[in-house]
Design a protein. Structure first.
Lengths: 114, 110
């Protein structure tokens, strides 16, 4: 059974550019969440998608956006990149949102902004 | 606002020792608590999931307990091995998101 797949694994971008990260959840999982991990702030919630709808959003600027497709795959986009956006971006999937299902995390995309 | 704290921040032990990692949370209204392992530069590997109605979960050499009334969870690792070296994170699942602790960085010396 394939796990959560995130692509690409590594990215290097220049300040001001935009970037799109992809996440394919475990087959049958319909909820996808995104987290940002940095040394200073730890792991922080970005947003959650279920049935192609953003259900919840963390405390991040509007430059961070995402979407979910009908096959539950999700993408997140960061526009006008800043140096502080350098981080490991983790995607997690679950059968259904919240409650007692728990989430399975992918290996992450490491974004470096120079 | 939920806050999750992990103590100690770092731990170095000789191989074979039994050890306990601590996690405390401020809001007992959690749906579940999950322990993860993270190797350097890698994603999160789920170790144990304790649902809110449960008191503990076991997997191999790992045992995790949950006491919602006191806002505490512990991860017990028996007979530690060098391969257990990693950062261990606990996360409380609230309404829709995990609140993560800052982790305990464990090093098991051969």
């Amino acid at each position: 059974k394939a796990g959560v797949t995130q692509t690409p694994r590594y990215l290097i971008k220049t300040r001001g550019q935009q970037v799109t990260l992809s996440c394919s959840p475990i087959s049958g999982h319909r909820s996808v969440s995104w987290y940002q991990q940095t040394p200073g702030q730890g792991l922080q919630f970005l947003f959650e998608y279920f049935s192609e709808t953003q259900r919840n959003k963390g405390n991040f600027p509007g430059r961070f956006s995402g979407r979910q497709f009908s096959n539950s795959r999700s993408e997140m986009n960061v526009s006008t990149l800043e140096l502080g956006d350098s981080a490991l971006y983790l995607c997690a999937s679950s059968l259904l949102p919240g409650l007692n299902y728990g989430y399975t995390f992918g290996s992450g995309t490491r974004l470096t902004v120079v | 606002k939920q806050e999750v704290t992990q103590i100690p921040a770092a731990l170095s032990v000789p191989e074979g020792e039994n050890l306990v990692l601590n996690c405390s949370f401020t809001d007992s209204a959690i749906y579940n608590l999950q322990w993860f392992r993270q190797d350097p530069g890698k994603g999160l590997t789920s170790l144990l999931l304790i649902q809110s109605s449960q008191r503990e979960q076991t997997s191999g050499r790992l045992n995790a307990s949950l006491d919602k009334s006191s806002g505490r969870s512990t991860l017990y690792i028996a007979a530690s091995q060098p391969g257990d070296s990693a950062t261990y994170l606990c996360a409380a699942l609230g309404t829709y998101k995990y609140i993560f602790g800052t982790g305990t960085r464990l090093k098991v010396l051969a």
